[in-house]
Ligand binder design. Structure first.
Ligand code: NDP
Length: 293
């Protein structure tokens, strides 16, 4: 009698701390259905002092790829050494790990994720990012990944504000040399006086359902206020932006789906169509909000 073994699905996951909020498993399951691929994608909570041990155990057990979320993107970059893409090297942050041959390779898809979604929103509002004044709030792993693609869109100014000012200064130093854009680190308290067309929120305060202390007048004249945080209900940053007069306010669900599509392409060799997955995710989040508990 011959036994036929069903092939085990390739294993992927998202690793972070916290990670329970992540919608990545739902997104990658949808991409896999679209492609007719069998994959297994899990949320993996790593101890704050146990990131490297956790990823090594995952890949040693045959895992094929990981998305890396907060607060581990810089540690993932350091762990990859020379095995990183050019864009991850320039960002100094890794949010995708992929098994290639017998080595793990790091990449960064946050930048393309944000750029794709922001361009979609800008197009729909008639705003050109070229020549715009942009404020980025936050200087963690996610912010690092988006600076280069933001600069590539040719804004007049990119200001970076972070609670720990030294980290904002470091980002400015990393990117100032090849920028024709004015790039500077500012105190968030001073940002209200400057006037920004686009304000991007990239701190992790949203995970605690909070927003950083924002100065009066920050959103006066703002065309797009973009929060990388996402969820069923508008985030505190989105509510403040709306109340402060921002014309268009968005969460980061589009960025999440776009960076995931790029990750899937790195792992599987084909890029899924992000639009229907984003639409269906948005619909289920809206439905969950309207369902009485
Ligand atoms: P990190 O842990 O690397 O960085 C955290 C950042 O948030 C730092 O700049 C930190 O400032 C700042 N911060 C944390 N708490 C506060 C607070 N209470 N007030 C002001 N600043 C604060 O996280 P990541 O950069 O990886 O992620 C940031 C956020 O972006 C997360 O919410 C994450 O979920 C989201 N994200 C969304 C993506 C998407 O696709 N939509 C993709 C990637 C990230 P300091 O340096 O002073 O500590």
């Amino acid at each position: 009698m011959s036994l036929v073994h069903a092939a085990m699905p390739d294993r992927y996951g998202v690793i972070g701390n916290p990670v329970a909020h992540s919608l990545s498993p739902v997104i990658h399951a949808a991409f896999a259905r679209q492609a007719g691929d069998a994959i297994d994608y899990a949320r993996i909570l790593a101890p704050l002092d146990g990131f490297v041990a956790t990823i090594c155990a995952f890949f040693d057990a045959g895992g094929r790829g990981l998305n890396v979320t907060l607060p581990f993107k810089l540690e993932a970059f350091a762990w990859c050494g020379e095995q990183v893409s050019a864009r991850a090297r320039r960002a100094g942050a890794v949010n995708v790990l992929a098994m290639r041959g017998d080595a793990v390779h790091g990449d960064n898809t946050d930048g393309i994720g944000l750029a794709t979604d922001l361009l979609r929103i800008a197009r729909s509002t008639g705003l050109s990012i070229e020549g715009a004044r942009v404020l980025l709030i936050g200087a963690g792993g996610a912010a690092r990944g988006v600076v280069e693609p933001l600069l590539a869109m040719g804004p007049e100014r990119l200001a970076i504000a972070n609670r720990d000012v030294a980290k904002a200064d470091e980002l400015v130093r990393m990117f100032a040399h090849d920028a024709s854009t004015r790039i500077d680190a500012i105190s968030l308290a001073d940002a209200g006086a400057d006037g920004f067309d686009i304000v991007i929120h990239a701190t992790s305060a949203g995970l605690a359902n909070a927003a950083p202390a924002l100065p009066q007048g920050l959103f006066k004249g703002t065309r797009i206020a973009y929060d990388m945080t996402y969820g069923a209900a508008p985030t505190p940053f989105m509510r403040l932006a709306h109340e402060g007069g921002a014309a268009v306010v968005s969460d980061g669900l589009g960025m999440l789906v776009e960076q995931a599509a790029e990750s899937f392409a790195i792992w599987r060799g084909h890029r899924p169509d992000a639009a229907p997955v984003l639409a269906s995710l948005r619909q289920s989040l809206n439905a969950s909000l309207n369902t009485p508990r």
